[in-house]
Design a binder for this molecule. Structure first.
Ligand SMILES: [Cu+2]
Length: 194
C-alpha cells in the first residue's frame, strides 16, 4: 500500500503546483462576462480629467440566447450612479439622452462606443486613469447580472487599448492595436462628447 499512497500524495502536490500557472493569465483583464445568455465583451472607458464629474464606459453586448433580453441598469463603485445614454441627432446637433434600456433580440449585438450608446458614470468618485480598471455591473431584464472589468484607455481613444483579444503570448508585438478596423464606429462627429 505504501507505493500507492506515495503516488496519490505526489499527484496531490503536483496538481496545485501546475494549477498556479493558469490563474495568472485571466488576471490581466476580465473584460468579458456572461449574464444569462448575454455575453459582455470589450468593456472599456476613456480616461477623464482629474476633476471631471462624469465619465463614460462602453461595452459590446451579444444575446446568444433564443429569447429577447434587455439591458436595464448598471452600477459601478467609481460613480454615484450609472445611466444608459445614447446620442441623438436633433436639428443637426448631437445630444445625449438617457434611455430606459437597450433591447437585445436573440442573436443581436449592441456595440457601445463614443458618439453612440454609452454607460454614463454620474458623480465620478475618482478620476479614470489610463491603464487602470474598475468594475461595472450590468443587470438584464431576464434577471441575470454580471460584472465586467472596464479597462481605461487614453482620453481620446476610440477603443480599448492593449491586446485584450485573449492573446497570452507575451512576445506578441501588437504595437498600438491600429489594425482593429471596426468600421462601424461612424466618425461623423468630429468631437463626440462621450
Ligand atoms: Cu452621456
Amino acid at each position: 500500500m505504501k507505493p500507492t499512497a506515495f503516488l496519490a500524495l505526489a499527484s496531490l502536490v503536483l496538481g496545485p503546483g501546475l494549477g498556479i500557472a493558469l490563474p495568472a493569465a485571466p488576471a490581466l483583464a476580465q473584460e468579458t462576462a456572461s449574464a444569462g445568455e448575454v455575453r459582455i465583451t470589450r468593456a472599456w472607458a476613456r480616461a477623464t480629467a482629474p476633476s471631471a464629474p462624469t465619465g463614460a464606459a462602453y461595452v459590446t453586448l451579444v444575446n446568444g440566447g433564443s429569447q429577447p433580453d434587455r439591458l436595464v441598469s448598471a452600477t459601478s463603485p467609481v460613480a454615484e450612479r450609472v445611466e444608459i445614454h445614447t446620442h441623438l441627432h436633433e436639428g443637426g446637433v448631437m445630444r445625449m439622452r438617457e434611455v430606459e434600456g437597450v433591447d437585445l433580440a436573440p442573436g443581436a449585438e449592441a456595440v457601445f462606443g463614443p458618439g453612440g450608446l454609452h454607460l454614463m458614470l454620474m458623480g465620478l468618485r475618482q478620476p479614470l486613469r489610463r491603464g487602470e480598471s474598475f468594475p461595472l455591473t450590468l443587470t438584464f431584464a431576464r434577471g441575470a447580472a454580471a460584472t465586467v472589468t472596464v479597462s481605461v484607455a487614453g482620453p481620446g481613444a476610440g477603443g480599448p487599448e492593449g491586446a485584450a483579444h485573449g492573446g497570452m503570448a507575451p512576445g506578441q508585438g501588437h504595437g498600438q492595436g491600429q489594425e482593429h478596423g471596426h468600421g462601424q464606429q461612424g466618425h461623423a462627429a468630429p468631437r463626440p462628447m462621450h
